[in-house]
Design a protein around this ligand. Structure first.
Ligand code: EPU
Length: 450
């Protein structure tokens, strides 16, 4: 198991390039199951979740090979319809294969994704949407078993809103399935996330007829078949937001390229109020912009409520909490998408943050400084928040269990080191986690199990 050792207090200087979006690429890879023709996706980050998705595709008769930053996927065998627990449990996005298999093969058996560290994550709305398209769904031995009587889904009007707003992967699932349905589907209360608009762009390039993606009402006119496509995945807005916070929390002046500012307006609005300036240097391409980011001397407290897009993203809540621990006064953060997603709170407190949680709200009282400590990464974005806090803290922080972070940020330590951060990856497998501070730091570039 790897850990990060971070020596805080360094100013960062230079340029960070944002990689392609993990959350856009995952349902796009699943879309390869909708056709026998080849699909090429470009700027796909090299992450554990992406690898797991290619493993899942292989189990389902679709080979997916990496070539540099691209993945080429092609379905060869349609006989397999079972997405097994051992892969689906590793990543919730495994559920994205359900709609495509059902639409193309007429039946599917997909393991129920388990619970996860950020709270209860049901899939009832996915299933309701697919049932509205004509699927008969039952639960057997922890698997979702779905059949389409007659073999082909039929278009319908589907409402995908839930108690916490629309569902992102549910919209991806139903939209993908509806591309091959007989007739027209209207998704009402669809998720408006940029990852949904990008998925629709890919599906349309494959021959689908989707309009309105990126708005709450999406219309899909079903077609008989889909074909080949070559598509570049949008940049990762959450990685970009994390980099903007990295500049702000270390009081640095950084350049961030391939930055999807247009997808980050709520986060940039909060940054400006906090006293962090994001200057777009090439406004002609607001989805792949170059930004200069720098902060004022003292940071102002703000109120943040996470919301579905275009509101403030839940996936940046932990990173902004880390930033606000150093603001001048009291900030209030309310989590409206995943009310339990606060595992970073006790860890940040170990570093000297003053946080008071009540239900889905945390009051962050700014402190003068954070101090390094051994902490535990618990989920992907919580880990990113801890890295940010560690970059600003006085002294050394050890972040254990960074495999969570590796699910969503490619080689983060190398990239941060490239702009001046003092951060190393160490292998803690030989020693207990409590002993991690004692172990030797592996030289940069040496493989984990050398
Ligand atoms: N929900 C239901 N029923 C459903 C589906 C969702 O009640 O059938 C609830 C959820 O429990 C949650 C809310 O609706 O309270 C929104 O969940 P959503 O379905 O939109 O989440 P998701 O699609 O499973 C994606 C991202 C998450 C991101 C959320 C919200 C991927 C692979 N995952 O999850 O990303 O937090 O949307 O924006 O795209 C991450 O990258 O770290 C991550 C967790």
């Amino acid at each position: 198991m790897d850990a990060f050792v971070i020596e805080g207090g360094q100013r960062l200087d230079g340029t960070l390039r944002v990689h392609g979006s993990k959350n856009a690429a995952l349902p796009q890879l699943a879309a390869a199951l909708l056709t026998d023709q080849p699909l090429t996706l470009r700027d796909v980050p090299e992450l554990a979740d992406i690898q797991n998705m290619t493993k899942l595709l292989a189990d389902l008769g679709c080979s997916a090979q990496r070539d540099g930053d691209a993945i080429r996927a092609q379905t060869q065998d349609q006989s397999q319809v079972h997405a097994r627990y051992d892969v689906v449990r590793t990543m919730r996005a495994g559920i994205c294969v359900l709609g495509p298999i059902l639409a193309r093969r007429g039946r599917a058996r997909v393991s129920m994704p388990g619970g996860c560290a950020i709270g209860d994550r049901p899939i009832d709305i996915h299933l309701r949407g697919l049932e509205a398209l004509g699927a008969a769904i039952t639960l057997e031995n922890g698997d979702i078993v779905a059949e389409v009587p007659g073999g082909r889904l039929r278009g319908a009007t589907v409402f995908l809103g839930g108690p916490f707003g629309p569902t992102v992967l549910g919209t991806a699932n139903v939209m993908s399935a509806a591309t091959l349905a007989r007739g027209t589907t209207i998704i009402e209360s669809a998720a408006c996330e940029p990852e949904i608009a990008d998925l629709a762009k890919l599906l349309n390039a494959m021959g689908a007829k989707i309009s309105g993606a990126g708005t709450p009402r999406v219309t899909i006119i079903g077609v008989d078949e889909l074909g080949a496509a070559d598509h570049r995945v949008i940049p990762d807005r959450i990685e970009a937001g994390t980099f903007l916070c990295a500049a702000a929390i270390t009081n640095s002046d950084l350049r961030v390229t391939n930055c999807p500012v247009d997808a980050l307006l709520a986060a940039i609005d909060r940054l400006e109020r906090i006293g962090v300036h994001v200057e777009v240097e090439n406004p002609s391409d607001p989805f792949r912009a170059t930004c200069r980011v720098y902060a004022e001397r003292s940071l102002r407290p703000v109120e943040i409520s996470t919301q579905p897009h275009p509101g403030f993203p839940a996936d940046l809540q932990a990173q902004f909490m880390a930033l606000l621990t150093l603001a001048d006064g009291n900030s209030v953060i309310t989590e409206r998408i995943f009310p339990e997603r606060f595992l970073h709170v006790p860890e940040l407190s170990r570093m000297g943050a003053k946080l008071m949680r009540q239900g889905a709200t945390v009051v962050v009282t700014g402190v003068r400084e954070l101090v390094g400590a051994p902490v535990m990464a618990s989920d992907l974005r919580a880990s990113a928040g801890l890295v940010l806090a560690a970059l600003a803290a006085r002294g050394t922080t050890i972040i254990n269990r960074v495999y969570h972070l590796d699910r969503g940020y490619e080689r983060l330590e190398e990239r941060l080191r490239g702009v001046g951060a003092k951060i190393e990856r160490i292998d803690t497998s030989a020693v207990s986690e409590s002993a991690a501070p004692m172990i030797t730091v592996r030289p940069i570039g040496e493989p984990a199990h050398a």
